[in-house]
Design a protein around this ligand. Structure first.
Ligand code: AMP
Ligand code: MG
Length: 472
């Protein structure tokens, strides 16, 4: 294991050097062995007690230089000039043996930093388990995302609604540079720092932008493209991030900061779970336009480097087209279409409208639709099912082939809220069996797994989860 610390080498006001507070009685809840191997951490071994010391913050990983990162951000539309890692520490960077890329290793819930404001710098184990399950499930569904390396119970209680056991999540990310990082320096009119950040971001995420006439514009264009695809993928799988503030949008294009996020059960464009999102700013169907809004804030920062506004506007305007193209391609594939023809956008919209009007389960409906291809008994999905059949039967393939293709892009297992809540409740009382079972099932989201069918089921009325909480 060979740590680099390139972010720590950036000027001093980019971060603060802080040591993790440590855990009085750390206990390993989860360890992502394949990910550890890929990052060259195999030499840490697999002794749970030692891993708990390391990832509970009691012992520093050799070569790491922990820092809290400074950033600002628009939270629910309001600008906050000073945020920063209030409960997280970047330990350093490792280069993956698998893909040759550089990854940040970060402890989340590791204690106070100069950016904690009134927070305790801690996390309860609920959010740790939620982020572990959701980020790893997203990865298995092919969505760009931060990953979970380790989860540790600290042995200490944190005060939330009541007293709850504390936890630390170790997160792996392509970087922790956010839109809010640019805002931090832009609002301070610290052009020198802004320039250094842009150079850093380009070197790390968009080296090809250096060949362009204007590297900052090319960098911006790359971020626009990545975000358009990311949000399209979120809609594809029914994911609602919940807090798409600019400080929670990574310029790498990875899903980051799993707070009150959730997968929806029955389809609803206006679906909101987060208890703090009272006006539905970050509702399921709002996510594309919010991503574009956040990108406009990034453009405003980059303009301060003395580049014409028009160049950024031209790139920002491409967002919608990029999003729609990707989204339509994804939805067409979900419906088993081999190509996108005229009329297919209407088919997609009417299918989704049917799900919405009948409050049908988003995830299962696609799997059930696939099974309708060789079943000509009374349609389950009404008229839209007949139109879909007419469309896919024009394609030259067997019903089995169609089903195989559809099932390869329509997950059967998603981290459903009621199951995540069950896993959290059990873990709080010391039982990790549901968490472990869910972790296992979600490793193969597209594959039927005998004995685990219950995890694919939507909640019963008494199991429904109406709200999710940041809980940090
Ligand atoms: P987020 O929930 O990621 O959007 O957090 C927004 C800001 O609040 C970030 O600057 C976090 O570091 C900070 N924050 C959240 N929870 C805590 C906590 N328990 N202690 C200190 N800072 C926190
Ligand atoms: Mg955040």
């Amino acid at each position: 294991m060979q740590f680099d610390n390139t972010y720590a080498r950036l000027p001093g006001h980019f971060h603060a050097k802080v040591k993790p507070a440590g855990s009085p009685n750390p206990r390993l809840l989860a360890w992502n062995e394949p990910l550890a191997e890929a990052l060259g951490m195999g030499d840490l071994g697999s002794d749970p007690a030692r891993l708990a010391q390391l990832f509970g913050g009691n012992e520093l990983l050799p070569g790491s230089e922990p820092i809290a990162l400074a950033y600002a951000g628009h939270q629910f539309g309001n600008f906050v000039p000073q945020l920063g890692d209030g409960r997280a520490l970047l330990l350093g960077e490792l280069v993956s043996k698998t893909d040759g890329r550089r990854y940040d290793v970060q402890l989340k819930g590791s204690g106070q930093t100069p950016y904690s404001r009134n927070g305790d710098g801690r996390s309860a184990i609920g959010p740790v388990i939620r982020e572990y399950l959701l980020s790893e499930a997203m990865h298995r569904m092919g969505v760009p995302t931060t990953r979970a390396l380790a989860a540790v119970a600290t042995g200490e209680h944190v005060r939330r609604d009541g007293m709850l056991p504390g936890g630390v999540l170790t997160r792996i990310a392509s970087s922790h540079v956010r839109v809010g990082t640019f805002e931090y320096f832009a609002v301070r009119q610290d052009i020198k720092a802004l320039k250094a950040l842009v150079d850093y971001a380009i070197a790390r995420h968009s080296p090809e932008a250096l060949e362009a006439d204007s590297p900052p514009v090319a960098f911006f264009a790359a971020v626009v493209g990545k975000q358009a695809k990311l949000v399209s993928h979120w809609l594809d799988i029914g994911f609602i991030h919940g807090v798409m503030n600019t400080d929670n949008m990574a310029i790498s294009g990875e899903t980051i900061d799993y707070g009150p996020c959730a997968f929806m059960d029955e389809f609803d464009y206006q679906k909101v779970f987060s208890s703090i999102d009272r006006y539905g700013r970050y509702a399921y169907g709002q996510q594309p336009s919010i991503a574009q809004w956040n990108l406009a804030r990034l453009a405003e920062c980059l303009m301060r480097l003395g580049i014409d506004k028009e160049a950024f506007e031209a790139e920002l305007e491409k967002f919608e087209g990029l999003f729609h193209q990707d989204y339509l391609g994804r939805m067409a594939a979900k419906l088993g279409l081999l190509s996108v023809e005229s009329g297919d956008a209407t088919l997609v919209n009417e299918w989704l409208q049917h799900l919405q009007d009948n409050a049908l389960d988003y995830t299962l409906s696609f799997r059930q639709l696939a099974n309708r291809i060789d079943d000509d008994t009374e349609p389950k999905f009404g008229d839209i099912e007949l139109r879909w059949k007419a469309r896919v039967r024009q394609q030259d393939e067997s019903p089995t082939q169609l089903k195989v293709r559809m099932n390869a892009v329509n997950p059967l297992f998603i981290p459903r809220n009621h199951q995540v809540e069950r896993a959290i409740d059990a873990a709080i009382s010391g039982d990790l069996s549901i968490f472990n079972e869910l972790r296992r099932v979600l490793q193969q989201p597209f594959t039927e797994q005998p004995g685990f069918a219950a995890y694919a089921e939507p909640p019963r009325p008494d199991e429904r989860v109406y709200q999710t909480f940041c809980g940090t």
